[in-house]
Design a binder for this molecule. Structure first.
Ligand SMILES: O=c1ccn([C@H]2C[C@H](O)[C@@H](COP(=O)(O)OP(=O)(O)OP(=O)(O)O)O2)c(=O)[nH]1
Length: 153
């Protein structure tokens, strides 16, 4: 494991009394983040779940908001914009967008772990506009051009 990177975090009034996002195990890539509200998401509905937290991520990093596989597999609850992007200059409340792809109402209680946060390095690009791009074997092939599944043939 590399040395952890410090990230400033602030509890908003409705975030008080909740644990901060935390790694469930020593080798976890993501910190489970808790809901700061209780809400029920009906099948097909989306909701921006409050976390009661705002953060100041160091420059050249982002936080990605990813689904929890257990909620996705067992209940069809996922993050529609996955991975959600928390920019280093964002100071508003961190929200977890969830969608219910399942067939049942999904009840979230304040304190439930609804998603996971992954700190990731960011490299910004600088465009270098050209008239011709370098040639490659793949060329313009894409969208299943290499096969590998009967349905792509
Ligand atoms: O799952 C998410 C995604 C985004 N955000 C916050 C932090 C992020 O920095 C900001 C903007 O997100 P994004 O760039 O994805 O949204 P946009 O639709 O492009 O909005 P904007 O025009 O404000 O950038 O919203 C969240 O709290 N949760």
């Amino acid at each position: 494991m590399t040395k952890p990177v410090g990230v400033q975090i602030k509890r908003l009034p409705h975030g008080h009394g909740l644990d901060l996002p935390a790694y469930a195990t020593e080798g976890s890539a993501g910190m489970d983040v808790l809901a700061a509200e209780s809400v029920t998401i009906k099948p097909g509905q989306r909701h921006a779940v409050a976390t009661g937290l705002s953060v100041a991520i160091p420059e050249n990093y982002e936080i990605q908001v990813r689904p929890r596989s257990g909620l996705a597999f067992k209940h069809g609850i996922t993050v529609p914009n996955t991975p959600g992007t928390i920019d280093s200059d964002y100071r508003g409340e961190l929200k977890v967008l969830l969608i219910n792809h399942g067939t049942d109402d999904f009840a979230i209680q304040r304190g439930d772990r609804v998603a996971q946060l992954v700190l990731a390095p960011v490299t910004q690009a600088k465009w270098e506009e050209v008239d011709e791009l370098s040639e490659t074997v793949r060329g313009e092939g894409g969208f299943g051009s290499t096969g590998g599944h009967a349905k792509l043939a």
